[in-house]
Design a protein around this ligand. Structure first.
Ligand code: GDP
Ligand code: MG
Ligand code: ZN
Length: 268
């Protein structure tokens, strides 16, 4: 898998004709998976050992979709990978309204346009990490990767102006080394992920990502779903009582939206 660390033996000079073989895959720290749809138990691994996920969404062309970002967030939290949001194409639309939907999350957000990319701040966030770039095809992932890693030469696609959908120009997942004055990191560019089924998700992992709410949930009744209709839910009660301040309501809304994203799936 892309991102795997391996041990190799043999001639490791890399000279022409040299031969080495992989003898061991180092145990994976994280594994980002998806199923084709929510009822599909077959998992496809996207990348191993990523510790960050840069979710790339365009402000327009293609239109941003809250639900898709929610699904990426759920997949990241489930895998123990830290999500970061990057809104591209802000030259085409103002993303403020869309971003309001994620105000309750502890999420670093970058906004970018191809004539003014915040490359320094993004690089800083990537140094010392393995960051997988995900997002619908056509949102500008490869454009961003090429700007961050100048010798990446990732193919950039053309977005169909009628459907707003990109052609899959970069069809493989690759790891690219990011080199900056502040240090190194790995950038993993993926082809557009069309479906992001969550057939394998463990909902406890979603709650764990909301550390403040997870502590309160220890007082919830067994089997509590933490959804609005859940009786005696300690989180619902704490937020209603104003114990979590102004941000409590927004964080609970975000948690419940993510839990509901998953609730449609029959597993677990
Ligand atoms: N207007 C505008 N177009 C962009 C921007 N970033 C990328 N694009 C265009 O969007 C299209 C898809 O970009 P690409 O990087 O291939 O997207 P990917 O499929 O996510 O890798 C290309 O035509 C890019 O030139 C941006 O900030 N503003
Ligand atoms: Mg691409
Ligand atoms: Zn609860």
């Amino acid at each position: 898998m892309t991102g795997d660390r391996v041990d190799i033996v043999g001639d490791t000079t890399g000279a022409e004709g040299s031969l080495a073989r992989i003898v061991r895959i180092v145990p994976r720290v994280t594994l980002l998976r998806r199923s084709a749809d929510d009822t599909d138990a077959v998992e496809r691994v996207i990348v191993a050992n990523a510790d960050q996920m840069l979710i790339v969404v365009a402000a327009a062309n293609p239109e941003p979709r809250i639900r898709l970002v929610d699904r990426y967030l759920v997949a990241a939290y489930d895998a123990g990978v830290t999500p970061i949001l990057c809104i591209t194409k802000t030259d085409l639309a103002d993303p403020a309204e869309f971003l309001n939907n994620f105000a309750g999350l502890d999420l670093i957000v970058f906004t970018s346009r191809d004539d003014a990319m915040p490359l320094e701040s993004i690089s800083t966030a990537l140094v010392g990490h393995d960051t997988v770039f995900v997002g619908h095809s056509g949102v500008g992932k490869s454009t961003l990767v090429n700007a961050l890693v100048p010798d990446a030469h990732r193919a950039v696609g053309v977005v169909n102006t009628v459907t707003g959908r990109g052609r899959h120009t970069s069809s493989s997942t690759v790891s690219l080394r990011l080199e900056t004055d502040a240090g190194r990191g790995w950038v993993i560019d993926t082809p557009g992920v069309r479906s992001f089924g969550l057939g394998h998700i463990n909902t406890d992992n979603i709650l764990k990502a909301f550390t403040d709410l997870a502590t309160i949930a220890e007082k919830c009744p067994r089997g509590c779903t933490h959804l609005p209709d859940s009786p005696d839910c300690a989180i619902n009660e704490a937020v209603a009582a104003g114990e979590l301040g102004d941000t409590g309501k927004a964080r609970l809304d975000s948690l419940q939206r993510l839990l509901a994203t998953f609730a449609v799936a029959p597993h677990h």
